[in-house]
Design a protein around this ligand. Sequence first.
Ligand code: KIV
Length: 275
Amino acid sequence: MAQSMLPEKIQEKITVPRLIEFKRTGRKIVVVTAYDYASARLADKAGIDVVLVGDTVGIMALGYKNTVPVTLDEMIHHTKAVKRGVKNALVVADLPFGTYQASPQDAFHNAARLLKEGGAHAVKLEGGLHLAETTRLLTNGGIPVMGHLGLTPQSVNVFGGNKVQGRTPDSAERMIQSAHALEEAGAFGMVLEAIPAELSAQITTEVGIPTIGIGAGAECDGQVQVWNDLFGIYPGRPLRHAKCYVNLGTLIEEALRAYASEVREEIFPTEENSH
Ligand code: KIV
């Protein structure tokens, strides 16, 4: 059979139970953020397991200083676009700041909007022990929940900056308790952000649900990276926990300069580009 006639490689549809299975079998989970249709499509085609519509959309796509100003309507708008680009990956959307902290009922109402209007398969919320009741209500009501412990960027004003968490014995102990509380409340996984590698290794061993690390060492069950960091299109200084696989920022800027100069020098368009 000619190469072009071969059926496309069938990719597996990723579900919540499948991710828990991956942890059991030791298959690492790959997560990337995406904020629009084109990026989500590429991530899905590349076989990424989970596409996270992170509230980092506020920084990366909307130009906010941090994630605090992001609204639920903005999250729904971007989640819809991402969902249209995805066939197989699980789509998880962040509940933005102020939409789930006040009460579990608030959280349920807003999370349901991310599923019903945005098309997300699951939601992520930042925090531990104090969100156990909320996590239980959401999960029992049919909304899969991913937790987020460690450096939780929506609390930037409490932390006084984006600082590594869990460095003292007390805060490490609280984080371990939070991880257990989230699991007991029904969360299907949790992001561990900017915490010591030994602490994330201990949490990963102790809980039965996947841990997804970012700046949390190699022992987590999976890793998450922010889209713009992977491709060098972050507007600020690169972060220690990020890896740039291809510097598209520089390439795109060079291409734009070439385009601008060709238009100004009347090199583009040629006859080939004309109708
Ligand atoms: O909003 C986001 O992009 C995130 C990741 C950094 C985990 O929460």
